[in-house]
Write a protein that binds this ligand. Sequence first.
Ligand code: BGC
Length: 254
Amino acid sequence: MQIFGLDIGGSGIKGAPVDLDKGDLAQERHKVLTPHPATPDGVADGVLQVVEHFGWTGPVGLTFPGVVTDGSTIRTAANVDKGWIDTDARALFGERLGGLPVTVVNDADAAGVAEMHFGAGRGRKGTVFLLTFGTGIGSALFLDGRLVPNTELGHLELNGHDAEKRASSKAKEDEDLTWEHWAHRVQKYLAHVEMLFSPELFIIGGGVSRKAHKFLPHIEGIRAEIVPAQLQNNAGIVGAAMHAAETAVADQAS
Ligand code: BGC
């Protein structure tokens, strides 16, 4: 079965039809730049462009880089326009996509679900975190494979700062940090999360997962295993489509 997966990030809106049996993109993904400011209207236009690029007319699963409650209401907007807060995202995207069935889920939660099912977290029990390092830091917490949604650990306070402002990959770019220097900040962040939750496994996602060999060797002193995401930066797209498939099943059952 195929469902369209779409990942809304701070820098790009990217999507593709997803093969849910394989947990992989069925076609090469298409990306448009996230508008600045990333208002609901501007982002919805970007979403429409990506979906229209494929001439897709079926269900669409979307991610959002903020807290999503009730499967639709946006509660936070750290790296997008504040106009998102309290937006009914399902209604907005559904209307802009001409009535296609849509679902919305936090971006890190989507990536986590995809990694637990098809990637680095397959079959892993206990406490597992997927952390995405991109424009912000996203977190997805799993206990014995079950997601605890909307954890928002990118906003833990680290040395008096919002952690994502120091250790996201955007911070690395903005401050022109070397991989080693940035890895040191990531290490401090992981040590803090480890102190609070004692997880068995950290899965590192986001665009930097492709370059794990450049920074993971510099991270020391963490008890938990640390591995890069296997679906790399496509985990959000795959997870968005998985979430849409699950929601459709749940909707039919209710
Ligand atoms: C947001 C999270 C999101 C993460 C990654 C954070 O700033 O608060 O909801 O998952 O960025 O996009």
